[in-house]
Design a protein around this ligand. Structure first.
Ligand code: BEZ
Length: 395
């Protein structure tokens, strides 16, 4: 071997040694430094309470682990996304580029989720969706680094159609906000209702987050359907339920909905929500030790009753804990991290659920009725319901 070649080799080995020492050092510091968790949620506007409940649930899950993920301390970074789709990309980038988060927990609104989805796909950052049901997130735009702990918009309403048909309510009016969540809830409802012989006599809509319901309620009264079916949530749901009762429709035309209608609102609605039936993947009254323990702990910690949003946030925490534990907090081990999350069985207050190939929960959907301040479970409307995952090229 010539001296020049020997020199090159020994220099190369030295460089490699330095580089690998550097890598080991940075890798070790990556595991000892705090894990950076971004919360992108609505803290103002009609969905503000939903954002707070999700954060509460998420923090509660981590708190049960000594506030650590895979042995690492956690640092939080928060952005109020205001349920404003136009700012979705900008807000997600604040967390990814400015705050350098390891994971984004967000969000509630399907339109804003489009922004997170784009940033997650472009940057590769791990993203856990604790609410937004946007179909594309786990269908055509599915991605290995995007997981959902909530639902697709069509899941709850798909289970509602057969409930109405069984009651002989075959002609209904649909009403919702006109954006992805409303449109896709309707799509799910049609799949379970129209296919079984039901007719939607009119589809009514108004832009999000508008709550001027009066003219639409007058139209419903003149149409005299067998029932009204809707998608609303948060502050808008409170207003809709109160206006429906004030318009004299309650007790005359039965009201049904995707279960978000009666989540987190029962203190504010008074008797306006009494008797309203909905379908959802959670019910306050689920009589399991898991749900009872969760509810007790949540009330003790936050002095508030939990709702489905708190459960979805809690489950986002449980899912992240499973992944983080599998890689001992080293989020650079993406293959093992995602594998653990894909295979997780989440022991949720809603009941155990698993992840579909497209990364969306396979879960039971309950029929519930409002009794006092509670969404009381009546039956399982759909067992282990999976979203189609149509167009997802990942699985
Ligand atoms: C959504 O925009 O996906 C959504 C918002 C509130 C409740 C349920 C779904």
């Amino acid at each position: 071997m010539t001296s020049t070649r020997r020199q090159v080799l020994s220099q190369g080995a030295a460089i490699a040694g330095v580089a690998s020492a550097g890598f080991l050092a940075s890798n070790a510091s990556a595991q000892t430094s705090k894990l950076r968790v971004g919360l992108m949620l609505p803290y103002t506007g009609t969905f503000a309470q939903l954002g707070v409940a999700i954060e509460n649930g998420f923090r509660m899950a981590l708190n049960e682990q000594g506030d650590k993920l895979g042995g690492r301390e956690v640092e939080f970074f928060k952005v109020d996304d205001e349920s404003e789709p136009a700012k979705g990309i900008e807000n997600a980038n604040k967390l990814v580029q400015r705050d350098k988060v390891d994971v984004i927990i967000g969000t509630v609104h399907s339109g804003v989720q489009m922004g997170i989805q784009k940033v997650a796909r472009d940057s590769g950052v791990l993203s856990i969706i604790p609410n937004a049901g946007l179909h594309a997130a786990t269908r055509s735009l599915c991605a290995p680094n995007v997981f959902r702990t909530s639902f697709t918009n069509g899941q709850p309403t798909q289970a509602l159609g057969p409930v109405l048909l069984a009651k002989g309510q075959k002609k209904v009016v649909w009403i919702s906000w006109k954006y992805a969540a409303g449109d896709e809830s309707l799509e799910g409802f049609k799949a379970g209702f129209v296919s079984g012989g039901g007719t939607i006599v009119k589809e009514l809509g108004l832009p999000f987050p508008n709550v001027e319901f009066q003219a639409l309620l007058t139209e419903i009264a003149s149409l005299k359907p067998d029932a009204v079916v809707c998608f609303f949530s948060g502050g808008g749901a409170v207003k809709f339920l109160k206006d429906y009762a004030a318009a004299g429709l309650k007790g005359k035309i039965p009201l049904y909905g995707s279960g978000f209608l009666t989540e987190g609102v029962l203190d504010a609605t008074g008797t306006a929500a009494e008797g309203v039936m909905t379908t959802l993947h959670y019910a306050d009254s689920l009589n399991t030790p898991r749900n009872k323990a969760f509810r007790l702990a949540y009330v003790k910690t936050y002095k508030l009753q939990p709702d489905v949003f708190a459960v979805q946030g809690y489950d986002a925490g449980l899912l992240l804990i499973k992944g983080a534990n599998a890689v001992k907090g080293d989020f650079t081990k993406k293959v093992d991290l995602y594998k653990a999350m894909e295979g997780a069985v989440i022991d949720s207050p809603r009941g155990k659920w698993t992840m579909s190939k497209a990364h969306n929960p396979i879960q039971d959907i309950y029929l519930r009725v409002v009794e006092g301040k509670e969404n009381k479970v009546l039956s399982i409307a759909a067992k282990a319901l999976a979203d189609s995952g149509a167009g997802c090229k990942m699985g």
